[in-house]
Design a protein around this ligand. Structure first.
Ligand SMILES: [Zn+2]
Length: 166
């Protein structure tokens, strides 16, 4: 079995992959979190059952993705190409991009006082990070992020499609 086959088999064993991201790839870690993935940062070395993303060739790690694109979105594309992970639209914005923990839905009453009044009036769905208490709502930044991904040629698997589950 070649090194590549070993590598691909190891990657495939990660049903819902989690990442350890090297210290010089902070923007990539944030993007992976925005896409809904568990991305611990900063990490100097890989831990068990997580995919290590680095710019260095780390031979002792069984599951390492080496990126060399200077652009964070380009790096995301390299991670996707190398791991075969599926990026599903409904996974976007399910995780706090600062704390790397899943957010949970809260009521507009719970969001009251913590978001601008007009936002509270016009939005129905709010999420909160259980760690930093930051409140998220659907807004123009979502459209901007989706457009940036689309412009980079990064396609999302939509909710209603029959693509493979992670
Ligand atoms: Zn947070």
């Amino acid at each position: 079995m070649s090194i590549n086959e070993d590598h691909n088999r190891d990657i495939a064993s990660f049903r819902m992959p989690a990442f350890d991201v090297d210290g010089n790839l902070g923007a990539l870690a944030k993007w992976l979190r925005i896409l809904g993935f568990d991305a611990a940062f900063p990490r100097k070395s890989p831990s068990r059952e997580r995919i290590f993303v680095t710019t260095r060739l780390v031979l002792e790690s069984p599951v390492t993705v080496v990126v060399d694109d200077p652009d964070p979105i380009g790096q995301v594309k390299q991670v996707i190409a190398d791991t075969g992970i599926i990026v599903r639209e409904e996974m976007l914005f399910t995780r706090c991009f600062l704390c790397n923990v899943p957010v949970h839905e809260i009521s507009s009453a719970q969001a009251g006082g913590r978001v601008p009044g007009p936002i509270l009036q016009s939005k129905r769905v709010f999420h909160e990070c259980p760690q930093c208490r930051r409140v998220y709502w659907e807004g123009s930044h979502e459209k901007r992020i989706k457009r940036r991904l689309a412009d980079a040629g990064l396609s999302l698997v939509r909710r209603d499609s029959k693509g493979p589950l992670l």
